[in-house]
Design a protein around this ligand. Structure first.
Ligand SMILES: Nc1ncnc2c1ncn2[C@@H]1O[C@H](COP(=O)(O)OP(=O)(O)OP(=O)(O)O)[C@@H](O)[C@H]1O
Ligand SMILES: [Mg+2]
Length: 453
């Protein structure tokens, strides 16, 4: 892969030919591929087909203001760095551009040194924006120890997608089985977005009471219905200018779906019992653990709403499809839980780690976390071995191991299974016989017959 800190291609956007040509020449001499655009719209069109590492962007241009171009570039091409150039500097506009995500602000006419300094800043910016968020074993949400752990290929791809979509205002639909980390992903998108200092409001649609839902979402004014003793701010108002996380959207009634669609389309809403419209500026992220396409087919989820909500879909694969992440998740949770319980951190034997890795985890990461918590509380040991693992995990492991192999005769299966149970009971025949549902004598005979050691 190319060094992310290097700048290979630059697009210079300025309506003055002399400025364009001067900068392009200077960049070409440095071995950087420099192209030019004479206005904002042309620049945006070019970026669609030929992305660049850096945009040098004039602010005052006849066709389109540079600040407007900056906004669109940040939304559509978050990987492209932007440095503004202007002949009319004001502190206000400099601050404004930086807030919108411009890396630097150059005042015309500038010297080659200034350009070089800005390029250097862009190089550092490119490295650190990725380094910043992606750490050792995962993606940082908002602090050093609030992480989405993962280093498997599917998770790395998801981290990439999170960082790409975060600075935009696109709606995101996160799907995945229960416990796969959908809410964490929503938090990561918010925390890496331009709205990070505003509210992140999470609402679980399945916990909302249908009759109160409207007032919960939109708020109500005093006296608008019996029991409305006070004016209430709804979730939309609380989330305004921030991010709204709609969890379990499959549970929304058709009635509310229709209202929600209208709010999203019109970007304004009214409190219950009020005539005054409130402008809505929110980023909507939703999540579902069921296939919405199925609900659409059944007519219980609106297709038009689905398309509105799922501009960028993110699917979290179940844990059993990214086993590579299990050992680091185990380490992460043991360290985190030990810290919380003020215990010294436990080791995990290689055999126990194998079993944990092979288990299918129907409840995904949440089940893994809870299982480890139980072990840490209940087991008095300084190293977690196979014997410390709950029976449902070790038993399931046997099943999987046997059936994942080439089909064998019943006799062969019996032999393998007895060997497996004996291994789990560490050779204790009485215990093994009890698990197998045969008496000890029969077990001894079978062990002899099959030559199990
Ligand atoms: N990759 C991960 N790294 C660290 N912790 C994780 C990861 N994935 C999930 N978790 C943890 O597992 C638990 C469940 O995650 P979360 O609530 O995000 O799942 P969910 O997909 O929203 O589940 P549900 O569908 O049941 O609401 C949380 O405690 C979360 O912190
Ligand atoms: Mg959830």
């Amino acid at each position: 892969m190319a060094d992310p800190g290097n700048i290979h291609s630059v697009l210079v956007v300025d309506d003055e030919a002399a400025v364009r040509n001067g900068i392009c020449r200077a960049l070409s001499e440095k071995g950087i591929e420099a192209k030019a655009a004479t206005g904002g719209q042309e620049a945006l069109n070019r970026l669609e087909t030929a992305p660049v590492d850096l945009l040098l962007l004039d602010i005052r241009m006849p066709d389109m203001n540079g600040i407007e171009v900056l906004k669109q570039v940040r939304a559509r091409h978050p990987d492209t760095n932007v440095i503004m150039i202007t002949g009319y500097p004001t502190i206000d506009s400099a601050v404004h551009c930086t807030k919108l995500g411009a890396l630097d602000y150059l005042v015309k006419p500038f010297r080659l040194d200034d350009l070089e300094a800005a390029l250097q800043k862009a190089r550092v910016g490119r490295v650190s924006s990725r380094k910043h968020a992606i750490v050792n074993h995962g993606l940082k949400i908002d602090s050093e120890d609030h992480l989405i752990i993962g280093q498997s290929r599917p998770m790395k791809r998801i981290f990439d997608k999170i960082l790409k979509v975060a600075p935009t205002d696109s709606t995101v639909l996160i799907t995945g089985e229960s416990g796969t980390g959908k809410e964490l992903v929503a938090q990561a998108i918010h925390a890496n977005s331009l709205r990070k200092d505003r509210e992140f409001v999470a609402v679980d649609c399945s916990s909302l009471v249908e009759t109160l839902l409207e007032s919960e979402l939109f708020g109500h004014v005093k006296g608008s219905f019996t029991g409305a003793h006070q004016t209430k701010h709804g979730f939309f108002e609380l989330a305004n200018h921030g991010t709204f996380f709609f969890d379990e959207i499959a549970n929304l009634s058709l009635n509310i779906q229709a209202k929600l669609l209208r709010v999203i389309q019109e970007r304004e809403f009214m409190k219950v019992g009020d005539q005054q419209k409130i402008n809505l500026d929110i980023r909507i992220i939703s999540a579902s653990n069921s296939e919405l396409t199925e609900s659409i087919r059944k007519g219980i989820f609106r297709e038009d709403l689905y398309y509105r909500l799922s501009v960028v879909p993110i699917h979290l694969p179940p844990l059993r499809e990214r086993k590579q992440d299990i050992p680091i998740l185990v380490r992460h949770f043991i360290d985190k839980l030990s810290r919380k319980m003020k215990k010294s951190s436990l080791d995990v034997s290689p055999e126990a780690m194998d079993i944990l890795t092979e288990y299918a985890w129907p409840g995904n990461v949440r089940e893994l976390e809870h299982t480890l918590e139980r072990i840490l509380i209940l087991e008095d040991t300084d190293i977690i071995r196979a014997a410390n693992l709950p029976a449902f995990i070790t038993q399931r492991q046997g099943e999987l191991q046997m059936f994942s192999e080439i089909p064998v005769s019943l006799e062969e299966l019996e032999k393998k299974y007895i060997a497996f149970v004996l291994k789990r009971t560490r050779g204790k025949k009485t215990q093994a016989a009890r698990i197998l549902g045969i008496n000890r004598k029969t077990l001894t005979a079978k062990v002899k017959k099959y030559g199990i050691s």
